[in-house]
Design a protein around this ligand. Structure first.
Ligand SMILES: Nc1ncnc2c1ncn2[C@@H]1O[C@H](COP(=O)(O)OP(=O)(O)OP(=O)(O)O)[C@@H](O)[C@H]1O
Ligand SMILES: [Cu+]
Length: 831
């Protein structure tokens, strides 16, 4: 950008504006207000059932039962609302983090701030891939074009010129750069006026949610049918309609699977929050499910495996090579001056590209005070880099009145092509380039040309008469965490594939440093030449794809997906967005990535740390594993409730469970118990296994069998106490007290064996989260209260148990632990 830029607002003015005008955001609160939350909770069938049974109690003249039930309703509502607030809070936090940021000039310094802190008259720096944070007027523009489809529906790029050009909040910068003075923020922008907003965290249906929805639906039908049967049966057998309906409601409360969807969403939201603490932002909750299935991780090279901190390493001119790493300032031999001079001339004046910055740094160090720097020249024409011709040229005015100077740099093969070198010379140059690339250097070719001032500029770079100058090799250090993370991927059965626009030899050298099994690299041209049918064989064996054009990335991702792979892919540029969107899991780099890439991705790495990807995959596997344990638990504890509600009715025994008991079990104890699994740190071996298959259901056949087995044992135990004591003539109240105690204590005991799928005894207690220990003790305490505090006990219909009997019941329930664990051992899947 030619002119000296303005310096922007000073910090104090900006802070005052922010206070006075308010933040730059649209007033669409994404958080549901408390009232709406309560409203939703109250409309749930479970609460309607409870209110209905409260009404029946009142009709039967039992005000105490009705009141206690009401108390439960309130407690449960509070717990549910709190839980939902927590989920909402986690999601809101994510949205906050994922909202766009802005690069502003404040007091002459450019700094990145949250988009919501942009104020009127701020000076914004826009670059390719940015989401424009506010409306503004262009001060400078450089090849700038934007996508305004969000506002206008037209997806054609709109070219923008300074001065007077306007850019609008919410639009995307497709190319070029610009300097903008902000004219309107927040609700005053065009976008604010038409009430648009960018939906940040999406909750689209995912396979797990669908599986859960199907399961829930089936269980609801089943529950309703069984309940209707029970009501009919009891009415016919005993003739008491109210009691029959009450028993039906009780059973419905015990059967309705209302906690299943809640468990899923809470697990995912909390996993997203945990990932957030590890600097991984989740933009789509469903990504967390898919993460654990990842089989192929496609990574780009620069910035993901390497640090994108370029430094010129070697110069090659006229066949001679010069390492520049340790040169004293001004010590660069004369023979390389022109090469460096033209490399800088082929760069932007104030470059963003780390390669060009490195070239400028070296030039400032080596060429200062020489005749090779030309701050006074005018940049008259630019030819941009394109996937078809990976070279960029600048045409400069100022050297002489007759001629303009043209300078180009780009991929060596592209520049060789521009120079029309004779074959043997081209051969030699490309060999030199390959030798540099073998050391992991990124290699550029540099050339120069003259152009008569009074001739028209040619339309394409090929029409200049270029003269070859030499090669520049740039080093970009590997990220330190990469080799260890690669090793982890390998152990976890995840194939890592590098897809880069760089030279194949550079790509292979960097792959070797990173620990990606190299072998052979396939180039974009190779791919284009392959008949489509042959992609498959290569895709399965090649780990390094080089000189890949942006649109080929999408094709590669789709081809891998077609082979049944679950593909995670990293990216940062505008060009990467389609592939990021198409991949099962798109991962954008938060620091370096463009807004476009971040919006297309489902995960954003807030610190561009490669290890974080592996961490996220592990979190995905763990969440799935924990979710499965929670489901095994939840299904198991439903069985004894069903048994206890149905069998006495069928056998003509007095009914044991009332809505009050169910409320206590279903809505207080069991959900708390199933949520403790979320806090499990998971088995240590999770990352030493291959990824789980895509078809693997949350409730595998094995999980269902185990669940049923545990549930049957508990049902047997509970019915044994209840039936046995009844048979021995202990009286209904005593029998049902014993049965209920066995049930609750059994539920508590089942937590421990459900913590892990292994049958090892030490896994029962090892690493028990504090939360789980608390819930366990809390459950037993609550059981103690309802069985001993007289008022409560009476409402529950409990009679005080003789000491020895109570101890016997508790012991039998808690000792079921051993049975549960043995069940796991002999049901162990054959792996
Ligand atoms: N500023 C530039 N000037 C000249 N040539 C460039 C420039 N940037 C890139 N190139 C050339 O284009 C090639 C492809 O670059 P590009 O940035 O598209 O690769 P990429 O796909 O981003 O690579 P990576 O996977 O390493 O990030 C480079 O190897 C280089 O030869
Ligand atoms: Cu010189």
């Amino acid at each position: 950008m030619p002119d000296t830029p303005p310096s922007g607002l000073d910090a104090a003015t900006a802070a005052r504006r922010l206070r006075e005008d308010g933040p730059n955001e649209l007033a669409t609160s994404q958080r549901r207000p408390l009232r709406a939350l309560v409203g939703e909770v109250v409309r749930e069938p479970m609460f309607l059932l409870m209110l209905g049974s409260g009404g029946i109690y009142l009709a039967m003249g039992d005000a105490r039962q009705a009141l206690i039930l009401l108390g439960f309703v309130l407690i449960i509502m509070a717990v549910t609302v709190l839980q939902e607030r927590r989920t909402d809070g986690a999601l809101a936090e994510l949205r906050e983090l994922s909202s766009p940021r802005a690069l502003v000039l404040r007091g002459g310094v450019s700094q990145r701030i949250p988009g919501r802190e942009v104020v009127r008259d701020d000076v914004l720096l826009l670059a390719e891939g940015d989401r424009v944070p506010a409306d503004g007027q262009l001060l400078q523009a450089h090849e700038l074009s934007t996508d305004e489809s969000l506002l206008t529906g037209e997806s054609e790029p709109v070219p923008k010129q300074a001065p007077l050009g306007l850019v609008l909040a919410g639009t995307l910068v497709l190319s070029g750069q610009g300097l903008v003075r902000v004219t309107a923020v927040g609700a005053h922008t065009e976008m604010g006026r038409i009430g648009q907003s960018l939906d940040e965290v999406s909750l689209q249906p995912s396979p797990l949610r669908q599986e859960m929805a199907r399961l829930t639906q089936r269980l609801v039908f089943f529950a309703l049918a069984v309940c209707a049967l029970l009501v009919g049966l009891l009415w016919a057998l005993r003739g008491d309609a109210l009691a029959a309906v009450l028993a039906g409601i009780t059973l419905a409360m015990g059967l309705l699977p209302q906690e299943l969807p809640v468990i899923l969403i809470v697990f995912l939201a909390l996993a997203a929050r945990r990932l957030g603490r590890q600097q991984v932002l989740t933009r789509r909750l469903s990504a967390i499910e898919t993460l654990g299935q990842t089989t192929v991780l496609c990574v780009d090279k620069t910035g993901t495996l390497t640090r994108n901190r370029m430094a010129v390493h070697t110069l090659v001119a006229a066949g001679a090579e010069q390492a520049v790493g340790d040169l004293a300032p001004g010590a660069l031999p004369e023979a390389f001056h022109r090469l460096l001079e033209y490399a800088v001339l082929a760069s932007e004046i104030a470059p963003h590209d780390p390669m060009e910055q490195a070239l400028q740094r070296l030039a400032a160090q080596q060429l200062a005070g020489s005749e090779h720097l030309h701050p006074e020249w005018q940049l008259a024409r630019e030819y941009e880099l394109s996937p078809e011709l990976m070279a960029m040229s600048h045409l400069w005015r100022g050297a002489s009145p007759q001629q303009d100077v043209v300078s180009t740099k780009g991929a060596p093969e592209a520049v060789v092509d521009l120079c029309h070198l004779p074959p043997d010379q081209a051969q030699q140059v490309l060999q030199q380039a390959a030798a540099l690339a073998d050391r992991g250097l990124r290699v550029l070719g540099v050339a120069q040309a003259r152009h008569p001032r009074h001739q028209d500029w040619p339309a394409q770079q090929h029409d200049f008469d270029f003269e070859w100058l030499g090669l520049v090799g740039l080093a970009d250090p590997l990220r330190p965490e990469v080799p260890a993370a690669m090793a982890q991927c390998q152990r976890a059965g995840i194939r890592v594939v590098m897809i880069t626009g760089d030279h194949p030899r550079t790509a292979l050298a960097v792959a070797a440093q990173a620990g990606i099994p190299g072998g052979q690299a396939l180039t974009g041209d190779d791919l284009a030449a392959l008949p489509p049918g042959e992609w498959a064989t290569h895709l399965a064996s090649v780990q390094v794809f080089a000189r890949v054009k942006p649109q080929q990335k999408l094709a590669l991702v789709q081809a891998l997906q077609a082979q049944g792979e679950v593909v995670a892919m990293t990216g940062d540029g505008v060009n990467d967005a389609p592939a990021l969107k198409a991949a099962h899991i798109g991962i954008a780099m938060g620091q370096r990535g463009t807004d476009v890439a971040r919006e297309a991705a489902s995960l954003v790495l807030l610190q561009d740390d490669f290890q974080a990807i592996v961490t996220a995959i592990e979190r995905g596997r763990r969440t799935f594993a924990n979710l499965r344990q929670a489901m095994v638990y939840t299904l198991a504890v439903h069985l004894p409730i069903i048994g206890l509600a149905l069998l006495p009715a069928l056998l003509g025994w007095p009914l044991v469970l009332t809505p009050l008991h169910i409320a206590f079990l279903e809505l207080v104890i069991d959900p708390a118990c199933s949520l403790v699994f979320e806090a499990e740190s998971g088995r240590t071996g999770l990352m030493a296994q291959p990824p789980r298959r895509r078809t693997e259901a949350l409730l595998s056949a094995h999980a269902v069998r185990l669940s049923l087995l545990q549930g049957c044992w508990m049902t047997g135990l509970v019915l044994a106490w209840y039936g046995g004591l009844t048979w021995l003539g202990w009286g209904a109240a005593t029998a049902s007290t014993a049965g209920f105690m066995a049930l609750v204590a059994g539920n508590a005991a089942l937590i421990l064996p459900c913590r892990s799928p292994t049958g090892r005894w030490r896994d029962l207690f090892q690493g028990l989260p504090r939360l789980s220990a608390g819930v366990l003790l809390g459950t037993l305490l609550a059981l103690g209260l309802v069985t001993t505090v007289p008022g409560l006990a009476r409402a529950f219909g409990f009679a005080p148990l003789p000491w020895a009997l109570g101890a016997g019941v508790m012991f039998s329930a808690l000792a079921s632990l051993v049975v549960f664990q043995l069940n796991k051992r002999w049901l162990q899947p054959a792996t």
